[in-house]
Structure formats: structure tokens, C-alpha cells
Design a protein around this ligand. Structure first.
Ligand code: ADP
Length: 551
């Protein structure tokens, strides 16, 4: 900017100088021309008077440096010329100034030399004897004048250039200094030229806008990064050449890679065929989906192309952990297979007994026995089916029950009452300890859970043993404990007894009418009721199941 101002000032100075000089020369030239004409006119007047009074002899005594004087006769013959031989000069009647003087008494003419270097001014006046006296003088033309003045003019120009250069340098520095001192970080705090005030205000306003926009962009970026960091799904964005443009930690975790920095192509993250096919498909503009069996579990891979300007520019890959879903699916499949199997056994027995009866191969006294077996198997079936229904209901969470205040002590009492006949068969004593404890809960499910625990405590007890139910509460918990003095559960089985159809001793369980679903119902029911179930057991000594609720 300093340079620009310097150049502009210098240019203006030079232009002003040149224009000034041109005008000055023009004015001077015109002035000198007029002056010359005036002097010539005076000279002609004085000379005419002198010639009129003293005759042509005056002309003979003209000084050396006098202007050119010519005396022309009325017919145009040159009678005298102080610079040339009059007899050798041609007739001057046709000369403009002579012709005019012969016609009107005076005549003026200006003639330029061939080289345009000079001009000659002629002034003529007719004398009383008819002759014409002419005075002429040569003046330099403007070009010649300029050429003659060139040297001083150049010196003046150099001087003017130096002066205006120095001035321009100082002026430009002075103009720019306040601009250089502007604090653009704080535009509103500047005290500079008034003309800059609107600009500074605008910069200030724009800076505020930019600051806000930057803060907003930063906030959005942090929000996005936070979401990406913490989302469970893996996200990968690639370009059309499979180069990784964006990835989140979940994607690496799921694909089992930790060298985030070194990965260039997404195909390096998983070298399996299905993964490659999905990436290829998406980069060919198709929506692709597949299941990947990874070390971390099962993962659903969904890929979509990124299409821009009618071309595939890349793809977005989403990895969803479906391990739990796959496991649930497996469990369901296993459950269905188990249910079918469990149903088949009693049905086969029923069918067998019925066939024997139908064939009339049973003696009349044995018919009762067979019918009893059919009844028992049918009861087993009913128990099994009702357990399956309960499990399904708990699975679905579609239970039509309302919550109510339930006294757990009273409920346990009722349940033990129901189990009394069974217990008496094996001489098992039933005990209830604790105190009335009210819980706002779903009674049918509570009943189911507690009944199953008490039923098992009786079923897996020894003859003459005992079952104790204790209902109590301390300052932060409500606790129901079902203890027996039965066979106990080996440590290895303790984790698995809550699985569907899992029994420690399958034949023993079947023999005593177990379906293998009781503890599964307890586990699901407890979770529905918001209770925690714990089991402690000593093989051969007994088992204690504890249900507890946080108050
Ligand atoms: P089941 O209908 O066979 O009793 P459960 O799901 O109720 O099935 O129990 C699963 C298994 O856990 C039982 O087969 C049994 O082996 C064991 N079990 C359950 N409760 C007890 C207990 N109180 N004492 C010893 N073993 C038990």
C-alpha cells in the first residue's frame, strides 16, 4: 500500500509538472509572439516616419543588429533590403503582407520555415510615395523553443522528481502508519481515521459472527465426536478407493483391530469374503447387508453407497453388535427343540398305553393301573405346557396383572399350606419364620416364584428333612429365604440350574415330576419383580435360595 500511495503521489506530481510546463511554455510563446509583433509595429512606425521625413538614406545607416527591413516599390520591385542584395531579389508584389499594404495601407503575414523550426512575422506599411516599407523578424517555433529549453527543463524536472519523490515517500509513510498500527483483533478499540470507522465496525461485527459460528461449529464437532466415541455401533466411512475417511472406536473394537493409525484401506480391517463383498457392493451403488462372525461375537454389517453428482463417491458402513440377539435366537431355537422333545416323551407313553388298552391286551384288573399311568403322563404334559406358557408370558412381558400390597409372610404361609400334603409324604417339616412384610408387587408372579422355590425345597429334600421360609427386612432390604436340608447342588451346576430344561440329575428330576423350567421361571419372575436371586448350597447338607428387594 505504501508503494501504491508513493507511486500515485509521484505520478500526480510528474503529471502536474508536465502539464504546468506545457501551459507555461504555451503562454510564454504566445506572450513573446505578441511582444515581438508590438515591437515590430513600433519599429515600422518609427522607420516610416523617418523615411517619410528624411528619405531612404535613413535605411542606409541602419545598425547591424536591426531587424530585416525591406523597401518595395508599388510594382513590387525590391528597392532596398538590409540583409540581401535588392537587385537580386524577385518581385514582391505577390507577398501577402505587401499585397495587403498596397491594397489597404498596412499588411501582416506570418510564414513558417520549411523545417517548422522558425516562423517569420512580416509587417508592411505603405508610405505616402506609394512604396511599401516592410519589417520582419524571425521567432523560434514552440518546438524549437522547447528544444532550446530542454536542458534547464530536464534539470528542473529531475529536481521536481526528487522533491516530489521525497514528499511522496514521507506522505505515503505517514498515511500508512496509522493503518499499520490498526489492531484488527479488537477493531472497536482503534482510534484511526474517521473514514475507517464504518469499515472497522463492519470488521468487528463480522469477527463476532465468525467467533459465534466457530464456537457453534466447534460445539457441533465435539458433540459429533462424543456421539461417535460413545455409540455402540461401529461406523466406517470410506472413499471410492476403499480408503478409510472416518471411523469410530466401536468399529475397531468390534473388528478386533487396535492399530487405528496404520489402517489405510477398510479391507485391512477384516479380510473375510463377506466383508469384501459388502464393501464392493456398496461401492457399486447397492445397499448391502450381511452377518459377520467375529471374535467379539456376531455383528450385522450394513453398507450404503454415498452418491454424489450421479457417481459413487464412497460408502458408509455400519456395524451392529447382534451377539445377544443371535444368542437369544439360539436359545429360542434350543427351547423349541427342548419343548418338542419334552412333550414327545409323555405323549409317546400315553399313546403306547392307549394302544395296548385298545388292542385289549390288558387284563381287566390292570386297566386301572394303565389308566393311572396315562393320567400321570397327561398331568406331566399339563404341568409342562403350563410352565412353557408361564415362561413365554414372562419372556414377552405381556402379563395382565396389576400391582398390589402383598404380605410376603402371609403368601409364604399359603404356599407352605399348599405343599403340606407333598411334604408329609416324605416326612418333611415346613417352617415359617420372620414377620409380616408388605411389598407392593404383582401377586401371581410372586406366588409363582416363591412356590417354585418351596416346591423344589420339598422335592430335592431328604426324607425327614425340613424346609424353612424366612421373611424379614432390614433397613434397606426385604428378604425372603427358602432353605432346605436336601441333597444340595454341586458348585459346577449352580450357575446353570436357572437355564431352561437344565437339571442336575435328569432322571431323578423327571421321577419327582420336574419339568426343568421351575428355576427358569424363578429367574425371569424375579427379574420382572425387580428382585435379586442368590443361591448357596452344600452338597448333601442343603440349599438356600434368597430373594431380595432393595427398599
Ligand atoms: P425341575 O423342574 O427339574 O425341578 P428346576 O428348574 O426347578 O427344574 O430346577 C433345575 C434343577 O436344579 C433341578 O433339576 C435340580 O437338579 C436342581 N435344584 C433345584 N432346586 C434345588 C434344591 N432346592 N436342592 C437341590 N437341587 C435343586
Amino acid at each position: 500500500m505504501t508503494k501504491r500511495i508513493f507511486r500515485s503521489i509521484l505520478l500526480v506530481s510528474v503529471l502536474v509538472f508536465l502539464v504546468g510546463v506545457t501551459f507555461m511554455i504555451g503562454i510564454l510563446y504566445q506572450h513573446f509572439g505578441q511582444q515581438l509583433e508590438k515591437e515590430l509595429q513600433n519599429e515600422l512606425t518609427y522607420l516610416s516616419i523617418a523615411v517619410e521625413n528624411d528619405g531612404t538614406s535613413v535605411l542606409e545607416n541602419l545598425p547591424e543588429q536591426a531587424e530585416r527591413i525591406t523597401l518595395v516599390a508599388a510594382d513590387g520591385t525590391v528597392l532596398f533590403d538590409n540583409r540581401a542584395n535588392a537587385s537580386e531579389m524577385d518581385n514582391h508584389a505577390g507577398r501577402e503582407e505587401i499585397a495587403k499594404a498596397l491594397e489597404s495601407g498596412t499588411g501582416t503575414a506570418v510564414r513558417y520555415s520549411d523545417t517548422l523550426g522558425e516562423k517569420t512575422v512580416y509587417l508592411a506599411q505603405q508610405l505616402s510615395d506609394g512604396t511599401v516599407l516592410r519589417v520582419s523578424s524571425t521567432q523560434y517555433s514552440i518546438v524549437t523553443l522547447l528544444l532550446n529549453l530542454l536542458q534547464p527543463l530536464i534539470w528542473i524536472f529531475i529536481l521536481a522528481l526528487a522533491l516530489s519523490g521525497a514528499f511522496a515517500y514521507r506522505a505515503s509513510k505517514k498515511i500508512v502508519a496509522p493503518l499499520n498500527k490498526l489492531d484488527l483483533e479488537h477493531p472497536d478499540k482503534n482510534e484511526s481515521y474517521d473514514e475507517l470507522a464504518p469499515l472497522l465496525t463492519k470488521i468487528n461485527r463480522q469477527q463476532n459472527t465468525i467467533r459465534h459460528q466457530l464456537a457453534e461449529a466447534k460445539r457441533q464437532q465435539e458433540e459429533f465426536a462424543l456421539i461417535m466415541q460413545h455409540m455402540n455401533e461401529g461406523l466406517l466411512v470410506i472413499d471410492a478407493k476403499t480408503q478409510l475417511l472416518f471411523s469410530n472406536p466401536s468399529a475397531y473394537r468390534m473388528l478386533g483391530t487396535d492399530n487405528e493409525q496404520q489402517v489405510k484401506s477398510v479391507l485391512e480391517l477384516n479380510r473375510s469374503e463377506p466383508f469384501r463383498l459388502v464393501v464392493d457392493g456398496a461401492l457399486n451403488g447397492k445397499h448391502e447387508e450381511t452377518m459377520l462372525q467375529l471374535e467379539s461375537g456376531t455383528c450385522q454389517l450394513v453398507a450404503d453407497p454415498v452418491i454424489q453428482d450421479d457417481g459413487v463417491k464412497g460408502a458408509v458402513l455400519l456395524l451392529i453388535d447382534v451377539t445377544e440377539k443371535a444368542q437369544r435366537e439360539n436359545l429360542r431355537r434350543e427351547f423349541t427343540a427342548n419343548v418338542s422333545h419334552e412333550l414327545k416323551t409323555p405323549l409317546t407313553s400315553i399313546s403306547g398305553f392307549a394302544e395296548i388298552l385298545q388292542d385289549g391286551m390288558v387284563r381287566p384288573e390292570d386297566v386301572r393301573k394303565f389308566a393311572g399311568r396315562i393320567f400321570d403322563e397327561a398331568q406331566r404334559l399339563i404341568t409342562l405346557v403350563s410352565d412353557v406358557i408361564k415362561i413365554s408370558q414372562l419372556d414377552e412381558g405381556a402379563l395382565p396383572y396389576e400391582k398390589e400390597d402383598v404380605d410376603l409372610y402371609l403368601l409364604a404361609q399359603e404356599i407352605l399350606e399348599r405343599l403340606k400334603p407333598q411334604a408329609e409324604k416324605n416326612n418333611i417339616s415346613l417352617r415359617l419364620e420372620g414377620e409380616p412384610t408388605v411389598l407392593h408387587s404383582t401377586k401371581p408372579i410372586l406366588d409363582e416364584v416363591l412356590y417354585n422355590l418351596c416346591d423344589n425345597a420339598v422335592k430335592y429334600n431328604r426324607k425327614g428333612g425340613s424346609v424353612t421360609v424366612c421373611v424379614k427386612q432390614d433397613y434397606d432390604k426385604i428378604i425372603v429365604m427358602v432353605s432346605d436340608t436336601g441333597i444340595g447342588i454341586p458348585p459346577a451346576d449352580r450357575q446353570r440350574i436357572f437355564e431352561r430344561f437344565y437339571r442336575v440329575d435328569k432322571s431323578h428330576s423327571k421321577e419327582i415330576g420336574g419339568t426343568g423350567l421351575g428355576l427358569s421361571i424363578v429367574k425371569h419372575g424375579a427379574s420382572y419383580l425387580g428382585a435379586e436371586v442368590k443361591v448357596e448350597s452344600t452338597v448333601g447338607a442343603g440349599t438356600t435360595f434368597t430373594l431380595s428387594w432393595e427398599k
